[in-house]
Write a new protein. Structure first.
Length: 183
């Protein structure tokens, strides 16, 4: 029994070390974009977004790609803060300036804290906090039928490597205890 307790303790210590060293200053979110949840959910366009928040530089970096928009004059932004995570509508909080004017394309933007692209009283800290709660989404609009939004996706966090290490360590500890109980 002592050896099981030591094994579990050693596994927990290793997991704590791994997760502490994985503390990063960048928080990443990714999503696929579709018309689901839009006011007119009929677009066949698709896309993807990667949004990272760097809390040392206090900047937001957005990478977008899309295909099959209704026309070649898209505009977009991050909306925040929905009442219920991963559903609903909210106001514009970060405008994407200079979006590539193509029906199929990609775009990268970097927004330092205090940038005029922030809207609706948004700050770097409030946007990050609400993204972490699943209350922010990327939205690409096109004039005409989809002026209210053509494709969107909520921003779920991408787990840090330390999260996976902790999960694996925990599963290893459970397997070790289960194995020892069989013997």
């Amino acid at each position: 029994m002592k050896s099981i307790a030591r094994s579990v303790l050693a596994t927990a210590a290793l997991a704590a070390f791994v997760t502490t060293s994985a503390q990063a200053a960048t928080f990443a979110f990714s999503t696929l974009l579709s018309s689901a949840g839009e006011p007119t959910p009929t677009s066949l366009a698709t896309g993807a977004a990667l949004v990272s928040f760097d809390d040392v530089a206090n900047s937001v970096t957005v990478l977008l790609s899309w295909s099959g928009l209704a026309n070649s004059t898209p505009f977009g932004h991050i909306h925040c803060c929905t009442v219920t995570p991963a559903t609903g509508n909210a106001g514009v909080q970060l405008n994407f300036t200079g979006l590539t004017q193509l029906a199929t394309g990609s775009w990268v933007g970097v927004f330092p804290a205090g940038s005029p692209a922030y809207a609706g009283g948004a700050t770097f800290a409030s946007l990050l906090a609400n993204a972490n709660q699943g209350r922010a989404y990327v939205n690409i609009h096109t004039p005409g039928t989809y002026a209210g939004g053509e494709i969107r996706g909520f921003l779920p966090a991408i787990p840090e490597p330390g999260t996976y290490a902790l999960m694996i360590a925990g599963l290893g500890a459970v397997a070790l205890v289960a194995r020892r109980r069989k013997v």
